[in-house]
Design a protein. Structure first.
Length: 304
């Protein structure tokens, strides 16, 4: 009787998660059927069934074709630079959450949190519109600088490839820092208040409480997020770089995801773009399991 009741309960719980399992299967696993295009010489509008099977031709061409190899190396350089900057400053949301938590004026604290979180819900198209209004040749910044006599001609902030990696990191941080801090704020709320009370009774200053209690309590969360970011090192997305790219900065802003998109949509290289995307997925899987192994070795537990 008890076993039957337990089975019925397990079945009901399975039904609760079934819709989410189906969504994952439809949007995450069903599109993997598209990998078949990497093994055919596919040219639309001809269907895949009528395309010529070429095996690993597109995979070998990535290495054998010198022009393609140089292009992919250039794109990988941009990808590693963008991801590396994000990884290097991955501590910023944690520190921001710590300082935000120290604000004692509740209305001001809520205002700051709201203002810094809202950009996460703004599309990259709108972000570019804002940046264009501020930094274009006739935008607010150039207009003010020219009116003050500091410059004689407009500075091409958006039409230049100089410091583009750092610019993209600044926009990404502005958009995501407030949202990323939420997880750390939740971790701070879980810190035992008896620890901080005991530290203050012992004469610890505000900075000492932060350094010896708050930050060490957040480090496990921080390391897990860093390892997840390492696993997604080659996946920086394409929306941000797509809207900010132009003829002047394309060589330095084009990351791997944008390169795959441009090959497929721009030159019609659906098959080779699929092959590059597959290789990226394989490398990401290797990084995922590698970082999980490192997590088990260092922390004693993995995240998958």
């Amino acid at each position: 009787m008890f076993k039957n009741r337990k089975k019925r309960r397990a079945f009901r719980e399975f039904l609760l998660i079934l819709p989410f399992v189906l969504l994952v299967a439809i949007f995450a696993y069903y599109p993997l059927y598209g990998w078949a295009y990497a093994f055919f010489d596919y040219k639309p509008p001809k269907p895949l069934s009528q395309s010529t099977f070429v095996g690993f031709k597109w995979f070998t061409s990535i290495v054998s074709n010198k022009v393609k190899s140089q292009e992919i190396l250039r794109v990988l350089k941009n990808t590693f630079a963008m991801s590396g900057l994000s990884l290097l400053f991955s501590w910023f949301p944690m520190i921001f959450a710590v300082f935000l938590n120290e604000i004692k004026c509740v209305p001001f604290k809520k205002f700051v949190q709201t203002v810094t979180t809202l950009p996460n819900f703004i599309s990259w198209v709108l972000v570019y519109s804002i940046s264009y209004s501020i930094f274009c040749s006739t935008g607010a910044v150039n207009s003010v600088l020219m009116d003050m006599g500091l410059i004689n001609k407009p500075i091409m902030f958006l039409q230049s490839g100089e410091h583009i990696w750092f610019k993209m990191w600044l926009w990404l941080t502005w958009k995501n820092a407030g949202w990323a801090a939420i997880m750390y704020l939740a971790a701070i709320s879980g810190i035992d208040e008896q620890l901080t009370d005991a530290a203050r009774v012992d004469g610890a200053s505000r900075w000492q409480v932060i350094w010896h209690i708050t930050v060490p309590s957040l480090l496990p969360t921080y390391f897990v997020l860093v390892m997840i970011n390492l696993a997604n090192f080659l996946s920086n997305g394409m929306e941000q770089y797509y809207v900010f790219s132009n003829a002047f900065n394309k060589s330095t802003i084009e990351v791997l995801d944008l390169y795959v998109y441009n090959m497929a949509m721009g030159s019609g290289g659906y098959s080779i773009s699929t092959a590059v995307s597959m290789l990226k997925t394989v490398v990401s899987m290797v990084l995922l399991f590698t970082t999980n192994s490192i997590s088990k070795a260092v922390r004693g537990e993995g995240f998958i």
